[in-house]
Design a protein around this ligand. Sequence first.
Ligand SMILES: [Zn+2]
Length: 265
Amino acid sequence: MTQDLFRTDAYCTECTATVTAITDQGIVLDRTVFYPLGGGQAGDAGMLVLADGSTLHITDTRKGKDAEAQFTHEICHIPASDGHSSLSVQDFCRQRGLQVGNTVTARIDWDRRHRLMRFHTTTHLLCHIVPQLVNGCSITPDYARLDFAMTDPLDKDALTAAIATLVAGAHPVTVGSISDAELDANPALVKSMSVQPPRGSGTIRTIRIGTTTADAERIGTADLIDFQPCGGTHVANTAEIGAVVVTKIEKKSATTRRVVLGFAG
Ligand SMILES: [Zn+2]
């Protein structure tokens, strides 16, 4: 089990951790600031700093899988092979002197992660601007795309202007949670047809955009911009999104409109 520090603090850029396993899926730590691919958001990149001060570059992060391809509670850090692409992760780590039980510093590529956070929060703003079900989502450091199940056309400039207004409004973004029962009673909170919130632990993590007054603790308050289950990393305030624009709208199919986001300039 890897403790996922990014769930409570998306701004935590590094931590010390102990290597608990080295498998062909990657390096497993007891705790980490690296977000694993999921919910449409790309996995983090960065580095592990070893005890001797040398660094091991991490190119991607994934959730661990068991023999039945089911996700485990382990987070796997995939090392760059430094040109030794024929080496297994185990052999590569052995060559670099990294062993289970070692203490390392795990440090994410913050510039890259911050772009992912800015895009992820923008996709939630789009859920408010375009109140349609989402049937696809991909968030990368360079662009993001959100697919809406709808047949009406969308206007690129109007969407960009609506995003800019919400960014200028400097609305707080807060992490919370609701119970499985609350979610069952409010099924419309789930805006994605393709990503179902993880159930089973009793509570589901939520992201709220809009006022944080006590009144807003009630689901469905008028000042709320968006509230939905989400496991991703987000900026703390919409002002931090900066200049994100809609670069393209595609008619992906007869019943799907794709909105592509990019950074201006
Ligand atoms: Zn999300």
